[in-house]
Design a protein around this ligand. Structure first.
Ligand code: FE2
Length: 256
């Protein structure tokens, strides 16, 4: 079985960049490009050669380093087909059902629209890992800038159906604020209470709270729990469809 090395590191204000590497095949990918200099420094430290840049969506804090990275490394830039005109240097557009060969692995593409209408996630089933950009966060979900609440809910449902032990890498360190908000809609959830404390301790030491794991999110992330009766009761929405409960949680978080 091939081995996938993964390095996550902070970029810009609260973004994360992630490098994945298959040593045997000599391939390395960066998930998004918040900041070329920081990514090049990390490549230098690891001795890895960047072969792929995998973009989740067109926002500047995910694509700002594209051209500099391409010039410095000659990497191939892959990103959402439907946002290709807004992704600098893109070589290949991909969408749902596409797969990208990566050394001994196959990277599968999922369409996860909502934050932007072309947003995609990258899933590597064999490595039990997914890179979800700004769709899902630890105890949170992305803001809906271009899509609708129903569209975003369907994207989250797709992620919820991945194997429960999938490690989830997200675009930003928003966890502490997300935990604080999550407790306002799901205050009696002991798993959430414990996790909020753990997050405070990690952040007090300046440590990352990511990656997360799908099973932890299913237990503690209110955006993935609109079916839970305690949350429905708290919102006064006992009989609404899941996506409407999700939309109300999103709305409240926007105002928090
Ligand atoms: Fe974004």
């Amino acid at each position: 079985m091939p081995k996938l090395d993964i390095e996550q590191f902070a970029c810009l204000y609260d973004n994360y960049a992630v490098l994945i590497h298959d040593e045997e095949a000599g391939v390395t990918a960066s998930i998004d490009a918040p900041d070329a200099d920081t990514i090049l420094e990390r490549l230098n430290a690891t001795g890895w050669r960047l072969t792929h840049l995998l973009i989740t969506h067109h926002h500047g804090d995910h694509t700002g380093g594209n051209l500099q990275l391409k010039e410095a490394t000659g990497c191939t830039i892959i990103g959402p087909r439907s946002e290709a005109d807004r992704i600098p240097g893109i070589d290949r557009g991909v969408g749902e059902g596409d797969s990208i060969p990566f050394g001994g692995f196959e990277i599968r593409v999922l369409d996860t629209p909502g934050h932007t209408v072309g947003h995609i996630a990258y899933w590597i089933p064999e490595a039990r890992v997914a890179f979800v950009g700004d769709t899902l966060f630890a105890m949170g979900a992305g803001r809906i800038f271009e899509g609708s609440a129903e569209m975003m809910w369907n994207s989250l449902k797709k992620i919820m159906e991945l194997p429960r032990d999938t490690e989830i890498y997200c675009g930003h360190e928003y966890t502490a604020a997300n935990a604080k908000f999550a407790l306002t809609v799901d205050p009696e959830n002991p798993a959430l209470q414990n996790r909020a404390k753990e997050v405070d301790q990690l952040r007090a030491k300046g440590k990352a709270t990511l990656p997360t794991r799908l099973d932890r999110e299913l237990e503690t992330n209110p955006f993935l729990r609109p079916h839970v009766s305690a949350i429905r009761a708290k919102l006064g929405m006992l009989h609404a469809p899941d996506w409407q409960v999700f939309a109300e949680i999103r709305e409240r978080k926007n105002k928090a």
